[in-house]
Design a binder for this molecule. Sequence first.
Ligand SMILES: Cc1cc2nc3c(=O)[nH]c(=O)nc-3n(C[C@H](O)[C@H](O)[C@H](O)COP(=O)(O)O)c2cc1C
Length: 323
Amino acid sequence: MEHIWQTLPKPIFILAPMEDVTDTVFRQIVAKHAPPHLFFTEFTLVEGLMTKGRKATSRRLLHTPTEQPLIAQIWGAQPENFYAAARELASGEFGPFVGIDLNMGCPERKVVRRGSCAGLINHPDRALEIIQATKAGAGDLPVSVKTRCGTNSWVTEEWAELLLNQDLAALTIHGRIAAEMSTFPARWEEIAKVVALRDRLGKDTLIIGNGDIESHADGLAKAQTYGVDGLMVGRGIFKNLWFFNPAIDQSTIPLHTRLVLLKEHIELWRANWAGQKDFHALKKFHKVYFAGIGDIPQLRADLMQKQTVEETLAYLDAVIAAG
Ligand SMILES: Cc1cc2nc3c(=O)[nH]c(=O)nc-3n(C[C@H](O)[C@H](O)[C@H](O)COP(=O)(O)O)c2cc1C
């Protein structure tokens, strides 16, 4: 049976998983206005799904039919919990997903020290156990991995070979090591090494490149230069909400449209998260809606001062009505 990775057009453009950013609300907005080929959830802790924190943890998996195709990204420690989570994801317990992705790239020091996420690069035996346990639970859902090129030193090919031998559906390579967090430029030559290795090993695993993709055109150029099958875009969406639709020049989107979109975001946020998430964390989205529009200091300052959803919506209504 064909799975999602095999059916998408190439190069595949993917919205990266981003904690506290790519939740159901933001994905709904992106899906409506300039959708990528594929979405990922925020990373979701398998141990959290198996304990009394289940309700809070599972809200990361919340989604609507518009955010498709959608892959659930999971992380954690114990292979048996990956197995159980994969079974639940495959059963439709949390709604439909088209695949399961394993986070082996988060560079958070505490997590890496405990041997989870990017820490698995230093514990390959555990990484393989986790992949196998996930595959065993996932049924027909394809399993993929998102990772970096090392923790404190570059071990790109050694690590990638181990992963490629697991016959994953896809492997996303973020061209940095964990110690670099996200501050150094991503090294696409390292990503190209993984493409060459995949070809040498004769594997079908799709290689997705990630790191510093600035625009849709930059993504196409990188696919051409480095031979990747797909492009995963994280922070690029902060600079252009219409990133995934090259026919839209965001500099032509008027302020009025952006205000209406921000209002739409805040209303969706209220419907989904009021009382659960911190209202002030929502303010980081302002920059997304106003990116590329020039200076609007008063508007930005006014919005930052708002203390509640209601105040913000009333302010937006007034500005929109004033034209
Ligand atoms: C705010 C934020 C949250 C992130 N959360 C996740 C996550 O939940 N899972 C994951 O695999 N990567 C996460 N990442 C990493 C991104 O998916 C991506 O690998 C990284 O930002 C590099 O791509 P970029 O240069 O296009 O942003 C996060 C990045 C940011 C900026």
